[in-house]
Design a binder for this molecule. Structure first.
Ligand SMILES: Cc1cc2nc3c(=O)[nH]c(=O)nc-3n(C[C@H](O)[C@H](O)[C@H](O)COP(=O)(O)OP(=O)(O)OC[C@H]3O[C@@H](n4cnc5c(N)ncnc54)[C@H](O)[C@@H]3O)c2cc1C
Length: 826
């Protein structure tokens, strides 16, 4: 018995010391006490010998001089060549953004108060009025079919409406004539527009994301601000931003576009300026742009600027009417209609004030871009992806309830319920992540790591939602035409996947490799110390962080083992989390495991962190699931914990944790070192991966979405909703309401048909027949007849004569119709 008590106390003491990050001295004292007890009470000679040896070693390691000689110096030497190095462009990228909730997750012991303090969705009266007013009106005016098929362009009247109502200046401050909207408001406006037309939102999104407007607002000279910002806000300038070239896609910093500081003639005078040569492609809005934002590498052979010969990446503002600027031709990206095309120029001379920030801004381009990207990437694509997921969920749930086969609404069939459950889950989760991230940006954060993971997560889940919607709609979703409300989104999916950092790169390289450096509490400081050219200074810094890092690692190892063995029962959950406290505890438990595996991954991969991308991709997935779960729990709380959403939260949480476990187990299975895999498995997944939500749970979250009501509305909030039955979306909603209202009458009719009392063929009016035979009342028959017509319109697809198709492709309407009025006038 005494032995048992001794073992229990010792194990508890071990976990308490490790999880509380005890110092080496405390460990030494604990080892001595343990050994003394062992010696007095139990008298095992071999064990006491080992115990004293351990206590002695720990004590020696805690003596500063000995620690430096026997611990720090060898570790410093071993890690110096093994850790990843940080290039200048990487450093600028790392320093450009901020870290917040990502750092909490990397810490293994997230402070939930920080997440809960992020503001729930809040809009000013002006922002709300803009969302309900001009944004709704714009959605009404966007004729998706006309845009993407007939004109293959955004029409001039839409451009005019967008420009006249200030849509292009949402991020420009009021002081400079813009709307000065918060990130949350911008995100909601973009989302709503995208739920009506993917091309339509692109012309609003690009000027409001990384591009001349934001760059000038943040880094422009006062003259640039005063000149350009009001014009951009009013839509008198259409901007585009050119970074990508044929030989510099994902590796944008490797651009061959060049500027040379030299003297030249501008407006009849000889001035100092830049002679530019560039070749860019894929540039959104370029064919219509009046102002070209251009990234290039600046050289100053005569050192006019005093910054040396290779000044670095620099950003310029070039009016597209400037002599030598080649612009106007178009690409055809995935059949989408928004303007996109190449631009080039050879030996184009511009004055120095064409550089964003003037000569001060020369060479600062990469830092400027990375800083804007960290915030911008948190808004545009998450907003449009979440809106797309919500729109696909709303339309597919309606269609699945309306469309019947085998005498049943297809949404009641388990095979269809499966993709419907994914649609519902994605709609809920993506909106949660969108909202919390936008609030972080509204509060001034520039979340570099979160924006990267959310970019790939949201666009991948959007792709899944669009594919699921297509499968559920069958041929109705595939055949294109004015009544098709899925194809526009389908065409746009690959664009979202590719822009702002193509997903493969963002998942496998950016999220974890950058995340580990940006969000890990010690790694960046350690690498800086290892790279310090002053060895003594570096060693001192290294010693300090290495010591903390050691305690951190042990704490997470013990924490992970303890919480995984006890199924998270004792993990931390914040106060007042009510009926979902268990999921907060599971989040705590998972964060411990993540922090531990992240640490071991970095230690094992070292300099190979950027190369072992299958491993880092899975780590990114694990982090993304933790972020998604955090956002979902936060949303549930912000929404006031609606009872009807509880099962949906359970469903999402189960799946997030199961996918998290699968990602971590994939990492561990593929560790380059077998002993590490052997050690980590029991610590992190002692009982294997958790299971996905069950089939029955899927039914619980889908069924309430198959009928009108608060659950369905909350799930698909803030997308464009129409009550106009002449458009496909409005017709779906009206028909869904009618289906539910006519449910009982339909059952009577179906029974009569099964009995053979009434025959349902094209050559007779079976509803009238049922009425005549007393199966249906007059009113039931009238309603069912109306429903029959509505359903026929919902399931109808468009058809065209061969000539119509040939004509629209070969001879679209005149280009004049697609120009904003002020550009057409020039
Ligand atoms: C419709 C559209 C609009 C665009 N708008 C603009 C715009 O307005 N302005 C602008 O400057 N650019 C724009 N772009 C360019 C866009 O940012 C690039 O397409 C993108 O950066 C990828 O470059 P790439 O197409 O050359 O692909 P590549 O760089 O050739 O990449 C091909 C594949 O390899 C992967 N890959 C590359 N390197 C790595 C790596 N190290 N590790 C793992 N995977 C890697 C990528 O993820 C991708 O899947 C647009 C592109 C499109 C298609």
């Amino acid at each position: 018995m005494a032995e048992l008590i001794f073992v229990v106390i010792s194990v508890a003491a071990f976990f308490a010391l490790a999880m509380n990050r005890a110092t080496l001295r405390t460990w030494a004292i604990a080892a001595a006490v343990f050994t003394l007890a062992l010696q007095i009470g139990l008298g095992f000679p071999l064990w006491t010998f080992l115990g004293w040896l351990l206590a002695g070693l720990l004590f020696a390691a805690s003596v500063p001089d000995l620690k430096r000689k026997y611990v720090t110096l060898p570790a410093y030497g071993a890690l110096k060549g093994a850790m990843p190095t940080i290039s200048e462009t990487e450093r600028e990228a790392l320093e450009a953004g901020t870290s917040g909730w990502d750092a909490e997750l990397f810490s293994g012991t997230p402070d939930f108060a920080k997440l809960r303090r992020v503001a729930p969705i809040t809009l000013t009266d002006e922002e709300r009025a803009f969302l309900d007013g001009p944004t709704n009106e714009l959605c009404k005016r966007l004729d998706d079919w006309r845009i993407r098929h007939t004109l293959h362009d955004v029409p001039g009247d839409v451009w005019d409406f967008v420009c006249d109502n200030g849509f292009l200046g949402m991020l420009i401050s009021k002081e400079h004539g813009g709307l000065g909207f918060s990130a949350q408001a911008q995100s909601l406006v973009l989302g709503k527009i995208s739920s009506k037309s993917a091309d339509g939102v692109t012309i609003v999104m690009v000027p409001n994301s990384l591009g001349p407007g934001e760059l000038i607002e943040k880094y422009g000279t006062e003259t640039q601000k005063a000149h350009y910002l009001p014009r951009l806000a009013r839509g008198e300038e259409i901007p585009c931003f050119a970074l990508t070239g044929p030989f510099s896609g994902s590796d944008a910093a490797a651009m061959r576009d060049v500027g040379v500081v030299t003297r030249g003639t501008h407006e009849g005078k000889e001035v100092l300026g830049v002679r530019l040569t560039w070749d860019k492609r894929y540039i959104t809005l370029a064919p219509k742009a009046t102002l070209l934002g251009l990234a290039f590498r600046l050289f100053d052979p005569d050192n006019h600027l005093g910054k040396g010969e290779d000044v670095g990446i620099t950003l310029g503002l070039i009016p597209t009417g400037h002599e030598g600027v080649e612009i106007g031709r178009r690409h055809l990206p995935a059949g989408a209609a928004f303007p996109n095309g190449p631009t080039s120029g050879r030996d184009v001379f511009v004055p120095m004030d064409a550089i964003i920030g003037g000569s001060e801004g020369a060479g600062q381009g990469w830092r400027m871009l990375m800083s804007c990207l960290a915030a911008g990437r948190s808004i545009s694509l998450p907003a449009t992806s979440a809106a797309c997921a919500k729109a696909m969920a709303r339309r597919s749930t309606a269609y699945a309830r309306i469309r019947k086969q085998f005498g049943l609404p297809i949404g009641f069939m388990e095979g269809v319920e499966e993709p419907l459950a994914r649609l519902v889950e994605n709609a809920y989760g993506l909106e949660a992540a969108r909202a919390v991230t936008a609030s972080m940006v509204s509060a001034g954060e520039k979340p570099a790591v979160i924006s990267a993971l959310l970019k790939y997560l949201s666009t991948e889940r959007m792709r899944q939602s669009v594919n699921d919607a297509l499968d559920i709609h069958g041929g109705r979703g595939i055949c294109d035409g004015p009544s098709n409300y899925i194809q526009g989104a389908y065409q746009m999916v690959p664009v979202g996947i590719t822009v702002e950092g193509a997903n493969i790169l963002t998942r496998t390289l950016i999220t974890f490799a950058q995340g580990a450096l940006r969000s890990h509490p010690y790694l960046f400081a350690e690498i800086e110390a290892l790279q310090d050219t002053d060895r003594e200074r570096g060693l001192e810094k290294f010693e300090h962080t290495f010591d903390d890092h050691r305690a951190f690692l042990l704490s997470n190892a013990a924490g992970a083992l303890f919480h995984n063995l006890t199924f998270g029962t004792f993990a931390h959950a914040p106060q007042n989390t009510g009926d979902v406290a268990r999921w907060w505890r599971q989040l705590s438990r998972a964060a411990r495991s993540f922090a531990l595996v992240a640490d071991v991954t970095v230690a094992l991969l070292g300099g190979g962190l950027k190369v072992k991308q299958k491993i880092t991709g899975r780590m990114a997935d694990a982090l993304a699931e933790l972020y998604l779960l955090s956002s979902i729990l936060k949303r549930y709380e912000d929404d006031g914990r609606p009872k009807e959403d509880r099962k949906l939260v359970d469903y999402c949480a189960r799946n997030c944790l199961a996918r998290f476990d699968v990602a971590l187990s994939g990492v561990i299975d593929n560790f380059p070192s077998r002993w590490a895999a052997w050690l980590m498995g029991p610590l992190v997944l002692p009982f294997g991966a958790r299971r996905l939500a069950r089939d029955k749970d899927g039914k619980d979250i889908v069924r309430p979405a198959l009928q009108p009501g608060a659950y369905r509305d909350r799930l698909t909030r803030d997308i464009y909703a129409s009550d106009n039955e002449t458009d496909g979306i409005g017709l779906l909603e009206a028909t869904l309401a009618k289906v539910v209202a006519c449910e009982e009458a339909e059952k009577k009719l179906e029974r009569a048909i099964r009995r053979g009392e009434v025959r349902r063929f094209h050559d007779n009016d079976w509803i009238k027949d049922a009425e005549t035979k007393g199966v249906l009342t007059v009113e039931e028959a009238r309603n069912l007849a109306e429903l029959r017509d509505m359903v026929a319109r919902v399931i109808a697809v468009d058809d065209f004569s061969a000539a119509e198709l040939a004509r629209t492709h070969a001879n679209p309407q005149s280009a004049g119709d697609t120009q904003p009025k002020h550009i057409a006038a020039e």
